[in-house]
Design a protein. Structure first.
Length: 250
């Protein structure tokens, strides 16, 4: 889907101009295109790190980030042209949503709004059926290789007759070897640290987690999406990907 956006509260320095559009693909990806992203400040005035975000606003006051990405900095009196972004799309809850394309700038504490464009056509989401709750399975198969009594009986060797000219017939039986049962150890489950519920100490113990970033995570709770963590000071895409192996949202 594509739409022409209308501007509200236009920014004076950092702007979005031209046509804007989006296309949702397979419920979890969205393609966003922008004609121009401009920095109208003085030539030596480089912007802070910029982010492009698609927000959803409902009539009952709800707000959610549907997609976002950081695009770096723009030098004063320069612009980016014909921008296309392929992003993860977070489907909003049921209801009627007004979509807005927003340009935000990192001010040292947060990504502050600089420009916003509203799409003329609203976005409707039907109520989704509830998914059945299933208990997690262990997925570990434990096998007991201890021989049964019937197997041991079947393994009993047949007596061997040994003939001699001077000795009477004797029966010699071999003692069966004992088969030791093997043990399959359960693989320990990896415990994930919760971004929204774990303590500062627990977050600080995550491998690769800077202490200042752990405090930022705790101070800025709650975090509704993974992409929202990119707004934290000291968090970048590579670090988020590394830390996500040991983290969970809730």
């Amino acid at each position: 889907m594509s739409a022409l956006a209308s501007s509200i509260a236009p920014a004076k320095e950092l702007t979005l101009s031209g046509d804007f559009g989006y296309r949702i693909e397979q419920q979890d990806r969205i393609i966003i295109n922008i004609d121009q992203i401009n920095n109208q400040r003085a030539l030596d005035n480089v912007s802070g790190t910029l982010s492009i975000e698609l927000h959803g606003y409902s009539d009952d006051g709800r707000e959610t980030v549907l997609a976002s990405t950081t695009i770096g900095q723009i030098t004063g009196q320069h612009f980016l042209e014909h921008c296309v972004y392929d992003l993860v799309f977070h489907q909003p809850n049921e209801g009627l949503w007004t979509l807005a394309l927003e340009l935000r700038e990192w001010d040292g504490h947060q990504f502050a709004l600089q420009a916003r464009q509203l799409f003329d056509q609203s976005y409707w989401v039907d109520q989704q059926p509830e998914k059945p709750i299933t208990s997690p399975s262990n997925n570990v198969i434990v096998a007991d290789f201890a021989p049964s009594e019937s197997l041991l009986d079947a393994m009993e060797p047949t007596p061997i007759e040994v003939r001699s000219n001077t000795q009477p017939t004797a029966k010699i039986a071999k003692k069966p070897k004992q088969i030791k049962p093997s043990k399959v150890k359960d693989k320990p489950k990896k415990t994930l640290v919760s971004i929204n519920k774990s303590s500062l100490e627990e977050l600080s113990c995550v491998k690769g987690m800077p202490k200042k970033l752990a405090k930022e995570i705790v101070d800025k709770r709650p975090h509704k999406t993974w992409d929202s963590l990119l707004k934290l000071k000291g968090m970048g895409p590579k670090l988020l990907k590394k830390l996500s192996e040991a983290l969970k949202l809730n």
